[in-house]
Design a protein around this ligand. Structure first.
Ligand code: DQA
Length: 137
């Protein structure tokens, strides 16, 4: 099984960025433990701060991978183009968030990903990614 974890803008700063919201662990540290725990899955990871690069990656994997776990960061709340990209591919996409976006500012309650996603997981810290992964098993 081939799964891609795709992280959007500012998520390269995990571990340093607003630790009271996003925690102290870097994504690379978390990804290593996840890969060890699920070593029977071909788990891939890509991060970009650039909207078009996220779209290119969705196109690249979207007809051959079994799933995408997408944290589009702030693009979740703004990007019609990423929403359209998800509509245009065959691979199911799960929207994840580290924080509970529904308990935060109102602009974070809007998602252009959710209407096109298989499901949404938010608010479980980095464990949100593992919960999404488990749903593909
Ligand atoms: C986030 C929530 C978004 O609103 C925010 O812009 C992020 C991170 C999360 O994982 O909680 O960058 O997607």
């Amino acid at each position: 099984m081939k799964i891609l974890i795709l992280n959007g803008p500012n998520l390269n700063l995990l571990g340093r960025r607003e630790p009271s919201i996003y925690g102290n662990l870097t994504f690379d540290e978390y990804f290593e433990t996840l890969k060890k725990k699920y070593n029977n899955i071909a788990l891939h990871y890509y991060q970009s701060n650039v909207e078009g690069e996220l779209i290119n990656k969705l196109h690249e994997v979207g007809f051959s991978f079994d799933g995408v776990i997408l944290n589009a960061g702030a693009y979740t709340h703004t990007s019609v183009a990423i929403g359209d990209a998800i509509k245009g591919i065959e691979t199911p996409v799960i929207e994840v968030h580290i924080s509970n976006v529904h308990a935060r500012e109102e602009f974070r309650h809007v998602s252009y990903i959710a209407p096109n996603a298989k499901g949404v997981i938010a608010g479980f810290g980095l464990q949100s990614y593992e919960l999404a992964l488990m749903s593909f098993l």
